[in-house]
Design a protein around this ligand. Structure first.
Ligand code: RAT
Ligand code: ZN
Length: 421
């Protein structure tokens, strides 16, 4: 059916974006079979590392050691008091908690954390997973799977994920960012590698990757990289990329996902909350992507200043799909600016957002908040088209939104969306 008025258009776009199920291409969530790796509930929400960093800003009196000695409940109490009671929770990470509690139907007027906790004591993980995915409108979640983690490896020996809503991604940071300890872990897993990368090491790393690809069936291999990432580079990281990852990505037919721009541990006392960001050299992305046209690359960058050149680089290389407003970019003002710019430069050949959720419940806020912005930007783009004289059909808008919320990802992978009927 054709759209007739601007009012009808905006309402239709908002409704379509709200109701179209999402493929969330990068999260730190896990299927229930991964046991303790799956985080959920109000205490995990409150102890999210984004909130830990914010809490410390208001508590110069609190020592880091005292905080880390506390139990999870005590940390959650402290964060609730500091960020939600002593101050108004309008930072994006705080507002996220409010959105979640509200969407779960809690009475926010009481601000009574204990009463919210009582609900979580009664609920079963499997029911809660169903409830959250349903409420969030998320059909598929891509996990971050670490073959260097002992606890996680055991879960894979037990069969991994049998829940088709949770799909794997093979995360290989230690290979690229910590070879001096990674090589020992590879040796423990039976691979004949050496610290100086001599002999059969490259072939053995390729064997390791193929073995884990066989076990996990990952949609892609992924790494986070520092802001000074260079390519090509006469370094161990350069050799691992050239001799191991790129050939395996091509042979296995899965993308290599690069998440570029992290400065790890600028304040180690904050642990996971102590990472920062820096501007990166887009030349490294240009060279790796254009030098390997038979490999697919998923790329996101952490610095706001890299976003425009990254979108332009994607225009030049069809084997590059850019994704998400990552981590410190996942704030409404930046999501809007970046999404607008990407749609103007790339149309629908982009993945505007991923959630990066670490706690299941966060799906509710990350997608609610992002959907609102995506709908706003898309509404503006379609309004411009309508004013330019283009006839807009509801089916075409539905098709476009499905593409942005997952379809473009599956097309890029060259795989059917497993949840498509
Ligand atoms: O966004 C985050 O939660 C970060 O701590 C990281 O997990 C980052 O997204 C990553 O995947 O390295
Ligand atoms: Zn992440």
């Amino acid at each position: 059916m054709a759209i007739r008025t601007e009012e009808q258009l905006i309402a239709f776009v908002q409704e379509t974006v709200r109701l179209t199920p999402v493929t969330d291409i990068h999260t730190h969530l896990f299927a229930e079979s991964f046991g303790d790796l799956l985080l959920w509930g109000v205490d995990d929400l409150l102890t999210y590392h984004y909130l830990i960093a914010e809490m410390f800003r208001f508590r110069p009196d609190l020592s880091y050691d005292d905080f880390w000695r506390m139990s999870k409940t005590e940390r959650a109490d402290l964060i609730w008091q500091t960020l939600f009671i002593d101050h108004s929770p309008y930072s994006e990470a705080c507002r996220g908690v409010v959105t979640v509690l509200n969407r779960l139907g809690f009475d926010l007027s009481t601000r009574d954390l204990e009463s919210y906790r009582a609900y979580f004591r009664e609920v079963q993980a499997s029911d809660y997973i169903d409830r959250i995915l349903e409420l969030a409108g998320v059909k598929t979640v891509v996990m971050t799977n670490d073959p260097f983690d002992d606890y996680e490896r055991e879960r894979w020996s037990g069969g991994g994920s049998t829940d088709p809503r949770f799909l794997a991604a093979l995360r290989i940071d230690p290979l690229l960012n910590g070879w001096d300890s990674a090589y020992m872990k590879l040796q423990q897993q039976g691979y004949a590698v050496t610290q100086d990368f001599s002999g059969d090491t490259a072939a053995e790393v390729r064997r390791f990757l193929h073995d884990w690809i066989g076990r996990m069936n990952p949609l892609y291999m992924a790494v986070s990289l520092p802001n000074d990432f260079a390519y090509p580079e006469p370094s161990l990281r350069g050799r691992v990329i050239d001799e191991c990852i790129l050939p395996v990505a091509e042979e296995a037919g899965i993308p290599f996902a690069l998440m570029i721009g992290v400065k790890r541990k600028v304040n180690p006392s904050l642990k996971d909350a102590g990472d920062s960001l820096g501007y990166s050299d887009i030349g490294a992305v240009e060279r790796i992507v254009s030098g390997h046209p038979n490999v697919k690359f998923l790329v996101t960058m952490l610095s706001r200043e890299n976003q425009h050149e990254l979108a332009v680089t994607a225009r030049k290389n069809r084997n590059l799909l850019i994704f998400g407003c990552w981590w410190f970019l996942n704030n409404p003002s930046l999501i809007e600016e970046i999404t607008r710019m990407r749609l103007e430069l790339l149309g629908g050949s982009v993945i505007p957002q991923h959630s990066d959720c670490r706690v299941l419940d966060q799906l509710l806020y990350k997608w609610d908040h992002s959907r609102t912005i995506i709908a706003k930007v898309l509404g503006d783009k379609y309004t411009d088209l309508l004013r330019a004289g283009w006839r807009l059909e509801e089916d075409e808008i539905r098709r476009d939104v499905e593409g942005l919320l997952g379809g473009a990802f599956w097309t890029f992978l060259g795989k059917p969306d497993p949840s498509a009927k």
